[in-house]
Write a protein that binds this ligand. Structure first.
Ligand code: ATP
Length: 361
């Protein structure tokens, strides 16, 4: 087993910059997820770890071993891609055994016993003689996982392995992947654009955006304390407000809000007029508020099963609320506890504000 490090990785393809100074440290045995929208650089990062891409700048290390010039087959990595890359002309057993072609069987196990063990691990015991064509999408991905794990790699790399599966299968498979990963204790880097999946399975996540890592942390920490507006809006739903410091409060349009976070940092460098971005999760917008109250128009209501998602319009800003019951009124009074607002950023006195004041004067 091994820990994994990316030290200042940058990579361009022609005129396209895919990665900009990516630094990541993945601990031994950790389930680490790269999450972000399409094109943010997740796959390129994974390919750099696997050795399919060499970075323009920076280094990949497994433990203290530098990986520059080490080809993929010498890196001790198992890789599962999004499209089931199984060989159609081979049986399931032969596909898994193919994973042993470079390294052979770990320990003194026979090839057959190793294949049987791995199929058992992915809940496909006895499937050796099946053709890949005779498997469901989820089963094929489990065979691909067994093949990647066959040689006993140090690191498992999973690139959107569930993206071709329907929602129900995805949930089943992610639970299974997580179980197998913890059972083996294998260092795993998982790529997904699905934020719910990332939060559900990972020990830690790295949120990527435009070739950069925006934030790294445990799912609950990144969800509760996003450090950038992008992270606040990408991970789960959020109500993001942009305002200005006004004495003890933050002014958004005509309305003043009191925020716990802001009050706590009295020594902050945020004079009146500084820009503030803060967010309030839909589950923290309350229907019977005592503070930070606004009245908003109901735009649409969606039934989610366990609750309702209510889309609101407040002064042209879209807000989202979670409700136990379907609201019947056209307008709702909502608000939030100052402690439930999370300040994402407090800017210096914004140039835009200064400019506007000059125009106003
Ligand atoms: P997706 O979720 O859509 O797979 P991603 O986050 O994995 O996206 P990458 O595939 O790493 O993103 O791509 C990052 C950027 O680099 C994109 O703009 C992509 O078009 C570009 N890119 C990646 N590989 C190549 C390549 N071989 N040649 C040219 N451009 C590339």
């Amino acid at each position: 087993m091994t820990d994994l490090h990316l030290d200042g990785i940058s990579k361009s393809f022609g005129g396209v910059t895919a990665l900009r100074d990516v630094n990541l440290d993945v601990e031994d045995g950790e389930f680490f997820t790269l999450v972000g929208p399409s094109g943010c650089g997740k796959t390129t990062t994974l390919r750099a770890v696997a050795g399919f891409e060499s970075p323009d700048e920076g280094a990949v290390r497994f433990g203290d071993r530098g990986m520059a010039g080490v080809p993929p087959e010498d890196r001790d990595v198992g890789v599962v891609f999004q499209n089931y890359a199984l060989f159609a002309h081979m049986t399931v057993g032969e596909n898994v055994a193919y994973g042993l072609r470079f390294r052979g069987t770990p320990g003194d196990q026979s090839k057959e016993a190793r294949v049987a063990d791995l199929l058992d691990l992915v809940d496909l015991a006895g499937f050796e003689e099946r053709d890949p064509d005779a498997l469901s999408g989820g089963q094929r991905q489990r065979v691909a996982l067994a093949r990647a794990l066959a040689p006993g790699p140090d690191v498992l790399l999973l690139d959107e392995p569930m993206s071709a599966l329907d929602a129900r299968l995805r949930k089943d498979l992610r639970t299974q992947v997580k179980r197998i990963q913890s059972e083996l204790g294998i260092t795993t880097v998982y790529v997904t654009h699905d934020q719910e999946e990332a939060l559900a399975v990972s020990d830690r996540v790295a949120v990527m955006h435009d070739g950069r890592v925006e934030q790294v942390g445990r799912p609950e920490d990144v969800y509760r304390r996003p450090e950038t507006r992008f992270v606040a809006e990408f991970l789960g739903e959020n109500n993001v407000f942009a305002g200005e410091v006004d004495g003890e409060a933050v002014r958004v349009g005509e309305r003043s809000f009191r925020l716990g976070d802001l009050g706590a940092s009295d020594d902050r460098d945020a004079p009146d007029g500084s820009t503030v971005t803060f967010c309030v999760r839909p589950e923290h917008l309350a229907r019977d508020p005592v503070e930070n109250v606004v009245e908003a128009a109901v735009e649409a209501v969606e039934f989610l099963g366990e609750s309702f998602r209510v889309h609101l319009d407040w002064q042209g800003q879209r807000l989202t609320l979670r409700a136990d019951e379907r609201p019947t009124a056209e307008r709702l009074t909502v608000g939030f506890d100052p402690e439930d607002a999370h300040v994402v950023s407090v800017g210096e006195r914004a140039q835009a504000v200064a400019d506007r004041r000059r125009v106003d004067d």
